[in-house]
Ligand binder design. Sequence first.
Ligand code: AMP
Ligand code: MN
Ligand code: MN
Ligand code: MN
Length: 298
Amino acid sequence: MSALPVRFEGEPLTIDLHMHSTASDGALPPAEVVALCRARGLTHMALTDHDTMDGIAEAQAAASREGIRLIPGTELSTQWRGINIHVVGLLPDGPQGDLVAGLAAQAQARERRSLKIAERLEKVGLSDALARAREQAGSPRPLGRPDFARALVAAGLVPDIGTAFKKHLGNGKAGDIKAHWPFLSRVVAWILDAGGVAVLAHPLRHGLTRRKRGLLLDDFAAAGGQAAELVSGFQNPDLTRDLARQLQERGLFGSVGSDFHFPGGHLAPGSMSPVPRTATPPVWTHPRLVGIAAADAA
Ligand code: AMP
Ligand code: MN
Ligand code: MN
Ligand code: MN
């Protein structure tokens, strides 16, 4: 297994620290995500399902078989100034400390939120919304907005998933319920208490101005957050360079991830824009991750 570079120097990377499986809204079971990562030549990966670590044991077993290094992770839903902000926890020691109760609370929040979303969607014509979303999920895992989006499509109320989000589930729409999520700072504290690294997910994907993104990074760093995703999937290289400066100013590490959910789309494990040469240090050089990320670690 090749070692990871200790600086971003414009080289292609063999690591992906943001991906989903059937433990949340991904299409592939954890073991198949791992196998696909291996097939695509990755040496290091994190599985980061929404608000759960239920897929980690299966992924870890597969990673040992496939000879790929897995960092246990999760992507936690939070709220910050009325915006739904995601925080990836990279958790070399798995769930422990305050994070254990935190994950249980997230599952409950998701449950209560799905009742509310169902109520809202029934008002726009989706009868039995909860049962329909459950049918789309196809397993007892906690429901997400994509399950409701698919239910809206299946009922013929919208032509496609994109329209379902645009009209009913996206930012500011009736089915976008944020009130159940804990504040950003609280979630960062859970991750720190578990011995992990808190990574602000896809900071360019919220439509924030540069100034407001700076405020988000300030609050995140003040709460103890250590890193942010410098590259998430495909993004504009000028924005990446600018984001690198914003991380550097705050002493944050840089992470990378595809945010892979399903095969056949424009993203696969490891597919993302290149990271330009930058002084922002890679997140795998953080003291809490050095052991697990090293090629020759046990
Ligand atoms: P939730 O975690 O239940 O709040 O749902 C958020 C998830 O919905 C994201 O992680 C994406 O997987 C998916 N999603 C968000 N916006 C869109 C969109 N416009 N089109 C398709 N999927 C989306
Ligand atoms: Mn998702
Ligand atoms: Mn996300
Ligand atoms: Mn994600």
